[in-house]
Write a new protein. Structure first.
Ligand code: SF4
Length: 291
């Protein structure tokens, strides 16, 4: 099996077989993201090579593979026919396969349209990790996400309509001190409109070689401290009014919460409220991410 460039996967895919169908990210502009800023350009790997990787994995792991993650920034952007062929081939090799997952930004999911997403779901694609990051159009524009709230919501709805499991990522603190209220409010609004299966929380950690780090260092962007992020999380959770699961399964977060809304809302808010009693110095310290 061959890998090229940085290989990123979410913690929820820790047990998954990683097979690269694309390299890099076709967008590559988000101001907070360092993953593909230097080096690899986006490309789609030839389908026969991906199939060879699947065969090599089958020879090594046999039928033990239950989940496959196709890493790289936006594998959903690759041609539908090729991705469907890869999903079908993986399902034919691994008889106990339960899930195939990709990352996808809203604009690429949206461009696929319902018919292509249905083709992918029928071929065995199961889950999309959508980087919502924020529902606030001003923040989305500032961080150069490439989509506004309308497209984010439309993409999320299309994915769900096609029968794909939608995991939505939110970056706490992405609006800084200036836009924390609108970040929480508009993100909850987007979540309420697309009703994702899971909302995954991450907290902003500035990364080296990114425009956002430059803004922080020059004082143009004022980061929230731990209490600010926790208050923002409370405002977000309080405003979500659709059934969904909220998890903060990431090392960047100050407080780990997990629960199903609406049932666990009071418990989640209570955990967050209690954590405000701790002095800010007791939380993880500020650091600049290098990977
Ligand atoms: S779409 Fe994802 S991988 Fe691409 S630049 Fe933005 S955050 Fe990074």
């Amino acid at each position: 099996m061959g890998y090229e460039g940085p290989i990123y996967r979410p913690p929820s895919e820790a047990d998954s077989l990683l097979i690269q169908a694309t390299v890099g990210c076709p967008h590559n502009l988000c101001t907070f993201c360092m993953v593909y800023k230097q080096g690899v350009k986006f490309k789609v790997r030839p389908t026969h090579e991906v199939k060879e990787d699947l065969e090599a994995a089958f020879r090594t792991y046999g039928d033990t593979v239950r989940t496959i993650f196709l890493p790289a920034g936006n594998t959903i952007a690759m041609p539908t026919a090729a991705l469907a062929e890869i999903c079908r081939y993986a399902s034919s090799l691994f008889s106990r396969l339960e899930r195939i997952t990709v990352y996808g930004s809203a604009q690429y999911i949206y461009r696929k349209g319902l018919e292509n997403l249905r083709v992918l779901a029928a071929a065995g694609l199961t889950r999309i990790h959508l980087g919502l990051e924020s529902g606030d159009d001003d923040i989305l524009a500032r961080v150069k996400k490439g989509s506004d709230r309308r497209v984010q919501v439309a993409a999320g709805r299309l994915a769900r309509q096609a029968g794909l499991e939608l995991n939505c990522y939110v970056i706490l603190g992405l609006g800084g001190q200036d836009r924390t209220a609108s970040h929480a409010r508009e993100t909850a609004r987007a979540i309420n409109e697309m009703a994702p299966d899971v909302v995954r929380l991450r907290t902003l950690v500035p990364k080296i070689n990114t425009p956002l780090l430059e803004d922080i260092q020059t004082g143009r962007f004022k980061m929230l401290g731990p209490h600010g992020v926790i208050r923002e999380t409370m405002a977000l959770v309080a405003a979500i009014n659709v059934p969904t699961r909220v998890v903060s399964d990431h090392y960047t977060n100050y407080v780990n919460v997990a629960g199903r809304l609406p049932g666990d809302k009071a418990a989640l808010l209570s955990t967050l409220r209690k954590s405000l009693a701790a002095d800010e110095a007791g939380f993880r310290s500020f650091f600049i991410g290098t990977q």
